[in-house]
Design a protein around this ligand. Structure first.
Ligand code: ATP
Ligand code: MG
Length: 507
């Protein structure tokens, strides 16, 4: 229970946390096989045009974001269809706190714009509306259909190529349900009748604890390979099973992941690592041979040091391949215990710390600097990790060295505490203490200094003197967003959507 003590000194953004999980079965059996739905009684009903209105599933209105309710009600009052949709319905049904609330409507973007003066149309290929309430945004999207299968994808000549490069057809509610990725994400909530509208048998899959693609899994994964990472993210986060056909397709399609834009891959990786189930998610990604195709350059770094496999007790605990899992375990504990998420720079530090091994603890300044650069530059370049995130990780490593070999000079300590990256470094020190079973006295000392510094520095416009805690932009980014005064709906999250992660096709 390291984190509750450390927390007051860290002002990291909060994420939505589970209140309870409807966990039924683990995603993968002990022998490494994905749990199948063989023993499940009913298969999804694909009959077109039918849906089960979930009369028995009223969701607690009090748990629904007030502004999201306002958006739905106003659209209804303007004679449009409007529903809550996707992850928020899934999470409310599972009695988890949604990260954000999305609205789907029959209204076209210009019509949405007319209903809400406080809105803006975004997206070039696929337009949707952002409705603003102070700093909160409710993303409001017009029903879309599955892209026309007969229409050739722009710039594609290969007949077998299913990759979606356009996704811009308006549709009705049922079509909108069917173009979504997984049955558990294809649900709408009708607030007037207080019922879930379910065209894809998503409620049954929520009850079973199953992640199942909507439609043919191989087609759906080839259309958008990022869905494979998402399948694993939801299975790990919700402690769900990946349904057997979806799992088989995932194994078959894993190499396709390399076709996705690097920006999306990086962002999906961050989301996965910040979700509170990073360890489980990475186990599944390695088992599916997916991560090997996402970041081969990172995997290669482990080749010379014993490899990166599923966690095993047989592996000596100080080996990089073992430290990796211990750092991820510490990260998950932190996210679950505190409801906060680390910045991208801290996440990069976590990913590379196991490979620095003892050097992180023992090297001198110059040695560590060179090693960090040699280690991180090629793989980060290959995946397109933002330079600022890599730089923050480097600063964290250098600060870590100072923090565990602290100078006796008071002034030098104070200067570190004042650094923008200090809070990230303090958080990372916490991860190291957990992962490497270090003596926690250095952490205690620095925490005490941080408390003193925070209390001195606390002023109306002060953010605690911390570093880059809200994602990858650091202070520059926070200032910018303060000027604009906007952020995504729901509890603030360092894992919040960014332009890179939130392509129009995902909404
Ligand atoms: P989270 O809790 O992580 O936000 P989410 O399900 O809300 O999970 P989002 O990325 O916020 O995921 O997307 C909102 C919804 O958009 C999803 O629930 C799903 O219906 C749809 N969606 C997102 N990404 C895709 C995709 N790649 N393909 C099809 N549908 C998608
Ligand atoms: Mg969401």
């Amino acid at each position: 229970m390291l984190w509750p003590h450390l927390l007051p000194t860290l002002k990291a953004p909060r994420i939505a946390l589970a209140r309870a999980s409807k966990s039924l079965v683990p995603p993968v059996l002990d022998d490494g096989q994905a749990v199948t739905s063989d023993n499940l009684s009913s298969e999804p009903d694909d009959t077109p045009g039918e849906h089960t209105a979930g009369k028995n599933h009223p969701l607690p209105l009090a748990d629904i974001d007030t502004e999201a309710l306002k958006v739905v009600r106003k659209l209804l009052a303007a004679n449009h269809e409007a529903y809550l949709v996707g992850g928020c319905v899934r999470d409310l049904y599972l009695n988890r706190k949604p990260k954000d609330f999305d609205v789907a409507t029959s209204a076209r973007p210009e019509q949405i714009r007319r209903v809400f003066r406080n809105s803006r149309i975004i997206g070039r290929r696929f337009k949707l509306a952002h409705v603003f309430f102070g700093s909160k945004i409710i993303e409001t999207a017009t029903f879309r259909s599955v892209p026309n299968e007969d229409a050739p994808n722009e710039g594609e000549s290969d007949d077998d190529d299913l990759l979606i490069t356009h996704d811009n057809e308006w549709g009705n509610i049922e079509q909108d349900a069917r173009r979504r990725d997984f049955t558990i994400n294809g649900l709408f909530y009708d607030i007037e009748h207080e019922e879930i509208v379910d065209f894809v048998d998503g409620v049954a899959d929520l009850d079973r604890g199953v992640v199942r693609t909507i439609g043919d899994p191989e087609v759906r994964f080839r259309e958008d390979p990022v869905r494979m990472i998402r399948a694993i993210k939801f299975a790990a986060r919700l402690d769900f099973t990946i349904e057997s056909d979806s799992w088989a397709a995932l194994l078959a399609c894993a190499p396709d992941i390399a076709r996705c834009s690097r920006a999306r891959l990086v962002e999906e990786l961050y989301k996965l690592l910040r979700g509170g189930a990073a360890k489980r998610a990475f186990e599944l990604m390695l088992e599916a041979n997916l991560f090997q195709h996402i970041w081969p350059a990172y995997m290669e770094l482990y080749d010379d040091v014993g490899g990166l496999r599923r966690p095993s007790r047989a592996q000596p605990s100080d080996q990089p391949g073992s430290l990796f899992w211990r750092y991820l375990g510490a990260l998950d504990d932190y996210v679950i215990e505190t409801g906060h998420v680390p910045s991208n720079g801290v996440i990069q530090a976590i990913l590379f710390a196991p490979l620095l091994d003892q050097l992180l603890l023992e090297a001198n300044r110059a040695e560590l600097d060179v090693r960090v650069d040699d280690l991180m530059t090629p793989p980060c370049g290959a995946l397109g990790v933002a330079r600022r995130d890599r730089e923050l990780a480097r600063q964290i490593f250098m600060a870590h060295r100072r923090m565990i070999q602290p100078s006796r000079k008071r002034g030098r300590k104070a200067s570190l505490v004042q650094r923008q990256y200090f809070h990230d470094a303090l958080l990372f020190l916490g991860f190291s203490v957990e992962a490497r079973d270090l003596d926690g006295s250095a952490l205690d000392q620095w925490r005490a200094l941080a408390v003193v510094h925070n209390s001195k520095a606390d002023g109306p416009d002060d953010d605690g003197g911390g570093g880059d805690r809200g994602g990858s932009g650091g202070q520059r980014k926070r200032k910018r967003s303060r000027r604009r005064g906007k952020s995504k709906s729901g509890p603030r999250s360092g894992g919040g959507r960014t332009g890179a992660s939130r392509s129009a096709s995902e909404s």
